[in-house]
Design a protein around this ligand. Structure first.
Ligand code: S3P
Length: 455
């Protein structure tokens, strides 16, 4: 290694600063890597395991801070979860309807999925009182999107700002089934209502404007619930009361974590990287379609199905040559957005090297994620010399302006921190990313994989 990329992680008080200096002679990503388990599937495996009777065994659970929050909450509700730092985690379920009333506040940390899905479960458990909160980011994120439909089912939930912000208080009730027409394509909203329907007599249905990730539907079926889906209308239903039985869940690698490497290898010259064991559920593969539209060279190898979820190895090779940029700009919006919603920050990085202007629309949901990902990404990339303009529901990125190292900030958002780290690989000079500790939310080993793939 004559001129390596210099990567360092400095900790001061509770914050970390990630510093990246790519070599002046260029760098490349090579080899075969594994990524951590899927965050969405990890949450659901812990939750359904807790609600089932008997034991659930989870292989490949994401050991990030978000699933740890879910595990902690459901332990407080009576499930027994084994040591998370092992290959195989077991959950001794307490059985649907049997959750205990915790004596303290349930803390979902930074995790919107934990808070919103748990709310549906708790609201439908009669005769118990629950108090829920999260960190300062989560306490500023909208909860009315789940509180309103739950209230239509008869739920009693109180919170700040007209019951729309955590901390939330819930008095569990026997609920009524509804057919909810969701105004947004959100798997968190859909899953919250379906989970409330589990302990509710009758058929609970959610219809969404576009299909969001369907991990809940798949896993509920595997645990024994009766689930109906209508792809024509993007509807999913559960028939309650359900009886869930403990299962073995094998969690595939998270395509949202793979996305950082897909983009890195697509934009760093001479890269050839294989990412093994990636979940390629069609409701999540929008990032592959967008990058392919942009001309990226991605092949799926060894396609298979593991425990009800499609999985593949993804090989990505840098497709530029000489002066020809590796990617061309694209326009994305509509029903593709929910299928790549978490990948838009890293897609914006890809767009900075693409030929032409990339336009991202219909993505206003980005404004209410762990940070306002439109404003934060636009500001941080512009700090690095990019040409990004905000739109109310997305952004435009004029590709082809070389990036330069800068001082940037994650705004405590894990996906922003990792997107900026990949941008740093193609920037001239040193980039420092403040509050980089956020990566631990979904990808604790991110920095060591970065060190391992770049040589
Ligand atoms: C998730 C759904 C998405 C996604 C989040 C995880 C889930 O949120 O952004 O990271 O596990 O259901 P929305 O459903 O609110 O879009």
């Amino acid at each position: 290694m004559s001129n390596p990329t210099v990567i360092s992680l400095d900790t001061a008080e509770s914050h970390q600063t990630l510093t990246i200096t790519p070599p002046t002679t260029g760098t490349a990503l090579h080899g075969r890597i594994r990524i951590p388990g899927d965050k969405s599937i990890s949450h659901r495996a812990l939750m359904l395991g807790a609600l089932a009777s008997g034991q659930t065994t989870i292989r490949g659970l994401l050991l990030g801070d978000d699933p740890r929050s879910t595990a902690r909450c459901f332990e407080a509700l009576g499930a027994q979860v084994s040591d998370l730092n092992t290959q195989e985690v077991t959950v001794q379920g307490i059985g649907l309807g049997n959750l205990l009333e915790p004596t303290d506040v349930l803390d979902a940390g930074n995790s919107g999925t934990t808070l919103r899905l748990m709310l549906g479960i708790l609201a439908s458990h009669p005769d118990r009182f629950f108090a829920l909160t999260g960190d300062s980011s989560l306490r500023s994120r909208p909860m009315s999107r789940v509180v309103k439909p739950l209230a239509q089912m008869g739920a009693q939930i109180w919170g700040r700002k007209g019951n729309s912000l955590a901390p939330l208080a819930v008095q569990g009730q026997a609920l009524q089934p509804i057919h909810y027409q969701s105004p947004i394509a959100s798997a968190q909203v859909k899953s919250c209502i379906l989970l409330a329907g589990l302990n509710t007599e009758g058929k609970t249905t959610v219809t969404e404007p576009a299909l969001s990730r369907d991990h809940s539907e798949r896993m509920l079926r595997a645990f024994g619930a009766t689930v109906e889906v209508d792809p024509e209308t993007n509807s999913a239903s559960v028939i309650g009361p359900a009886r869930l039985v403990g299962q073995t869940v094998v969690v595939p690698g998270d395509i949202s974590s793979a996305a950082f490497w897909l983009v890195a290898a697509a934009i760093v010259p001479d890269s050839d990287l294989t990412i093994e064991n990636v979940g390629v559920n069609p409701t999540r593969t929008g990032i592959l379609e967008a990058l392919e539209m942009m001309g990226a060279d991605i092949t799926r190898e060894n396609e298979r199905e593991v425990a009800g979820e499609p999985v593949a190895d993804l090989r990505v090779r840098y497709a530029g040559s000489g002066d020809r940029p590796p990617l061309k700009a694209c326009e994305i919006g509509g029903s593709l957005i929910p299928r790549l919603i978490d990948e838009i920050p890293i897609l914006a990085v890809a767009a900075t090297v693409a030929e032409g202007t990339t336009v991202i629309r219909d993505a206003e949901e980005l404004r209410v994620k762990e940070s306002d990902r439109i404003t934060v990404m636009a500001n941080q990339l512009n700090q690095m010399g990019a040409r990004v303009d905000e739109l109310p529901d997305g952004m435009t990125i004029v590709g082809g302006t070389p990036l330069k190292g800068a001082e940037v900030d994650s705004y405590t958002d894990h996906r922003i921190a990792m997107s900026l780290a990949i941008a740093a690989l193609i920037a001239k000079g040193t980039t420092t990313i403040r509050r980089a500790e956020a990566v631990a939310i979904s990808y604790p080993g991110f920095v060591s994989t970065l060190e391992q793939t770049i040589s």
